[in-house]
Design a protein around this ligand. Structure first.
Ligand SMILES: NC(=O)C1=CN([C@@H]2O[C@H](COP(=O)(O)OP(=O)(O)OC[C@H]3O[C@@H](n4cnc5c(N)ncnc54)[C@H](OP(=O)(O)O)[C@@H]3O)[C@@H](O)[C@H]2O)C=CC1
Ligand SMILES: CC(=O)N[C@@H](CCC(=O)OP(=O)(O)O)C(=O)O
Length: 342
């Protein structure tokens, strides 16, 4: 059994990790931290885990993290980078759900995240955990930078077009909508029920910290820099990301065939039939990205619709997928649930 620890077990992605790992046949939960809830039995705080998780929360200092095989950081940005070196030296594999190791250009990372990096040398070593493009490297890694939620939906949506070189990469557009759980489990005015329900708004149009992450990923696929406009929106739903992606075609290609071929054999990417409009609820609580590709009126604009659950393929599920790869387990293990719909 793989002994797993979670730092930050009370946040939305932490609890989602608990839900998935408690159902995983090869995992034993060994440590779950919360500074505020230390001492509290996990299942007392989250009755959905009654009978499935017997541990109590402990502080990160008291948690037996160094005796784990893998530690997940489901913490705010800037926490994992302070503890990763020590864990790696103790032989523990680390999967960071935050952004500490995602951007290879450390100066760029500092600019967007507003802090100095504690261990730039580990950024170089970290492997970006998007299995659909990086599977071989993930299998060899000891430190995984789990991708962000918007970056997962956008990169998987654009990937076949960019890799095949059939799209003009100077003017890509990603118009994305997220459920409120994307903002985390904290008390802030803009995510109060009365503020976020029955309303809809864009935010961070001038620049969102996922922009450099998405640009980095698309540039790697293209082999050169790309131009991207990324506009996130907050929608009145709890889970889900819907990315509507636009680009200009440079070549006349069979888009449906291109997507089906690229994702053949990818268990967690579902290319839907032509003319489909994937719904976020079709991926609720599962690790799947559903994609539909359109070419309205047969023109040269391609429109890709890509949906994920931000807490699963956008965070905890992708982290478990990465763990499976790190430990040479079947990639789908513990991740074969069916979406809750409606
Ligand atoms: N929500 C989402 O859809 C996604 C989130 N992410 C990223 O995953 C990470 C976690 O997100 P989310 O679950 O939403 O966050 P939350 O704000 O909901 O939870 C944060 C967790 O971290 C713990 N924590 C906070 N500060 C510290 C600290 N200094 N040391 C140790 N533990 C700490 C908190 O518990 P306590 O304070 O009690 O210790 C809590 O359990 C973030 O970096 C986020 O950006 C990535 C993709 C999607
Ligand atoms: C709705 C909402 O607020 N979403 C968050 C998504 C951030 C997130 O999850 O951040 P990382 O993936 O980089 O860790 C935001 O826009 O800040």
């Amino acid at each position: 059994m793989i002994k797993a620890g979670i730092v930050g077990g009370t946040g939305y992605t932490g609890v989602e990790l608990l839900r998935l790992l408690a159902q995983h046949p090869e995992v034993e939960l060994a440590a779950i931290t919360s500074r505020k809830e230390a001492g509290m039995p996990v299942a007392e705080m989250f009755p959905s885990l009654r009978g499935r998780v017997s541990l109590a929360f402990t502080t990160p200092e008291e948690a037996p993290l160094k005796s784990c095989d893998v530690v997940f950081f489901a913490t705010p940005n800037g926490i994992a980078m302070q503890q990763t070196r020590e864990l790696l030296e103790a032989g523990v594999k680390v999967i960071d759900l935050a952004a500490d190791f995602r951007i290879k250009d450390v100066a760029e990372w500092s600019k967007w995240y507003g802090m100095e990096h504690a261990c730039p040398e580990l950024v170089a070593e970290a492997v970006y955990g998007l299995p659909e493009i990086n599977r071989a490297a993930i299998k060899q890694a000891r430190l995984i930078a789990n991708p962000g939620c918007y970056p997962t939906a956008v990169q998987l949506g654009f990937l076949p077009l960019v890799e095949a070189g059939v799209i003009d990469t100077s003017g890509l557009v990603a118009d994305c909508k997220s459920g409120v759980s994307g903002a985390g489990r904290k008390a802030e005015t803009h995510i109060l029920y009365a503020e976020a329900t029955d309303s809809f708004k864009a935010y961070a149009v001038a620049g969102h910290r996922h922009l450099p992450e998405i640009r980095q990923g698309l540039a790697r696929m293209a082999g050169h820099d790309v131009g991207l406009t990324f506009v996130p929106h907050l929608t009145p739903m709890i889970r889900g990301i819907h990315a509507t992606l636009y680009g200009k075609l440079k070549k006349d290609v069979d888009l449906q065939a291109l997507y089906e071929k690229r994702y053949a054999g990818e268990y967690f990417v579902d290319v839907m039939p032509p003319k489909s409009h994937p719904e976020t609820r079709s991926v609720r609580a599962i690790n799947t990205c559903r994609i539909a590709v359109h070419r309205p009126q047969g023109g040269d604009t391609v429109v890709v619709l890509s949906v994920i659950d931000n807490l699963v393929k956008g965070a905890a599920g992708q982290a478990v997928q990465n763990m499976n790869l790190l430990f040479d387990l079947p990639e789908q293990m513990g991740l074969t649930q069916i979406a809750v719909s409606p």
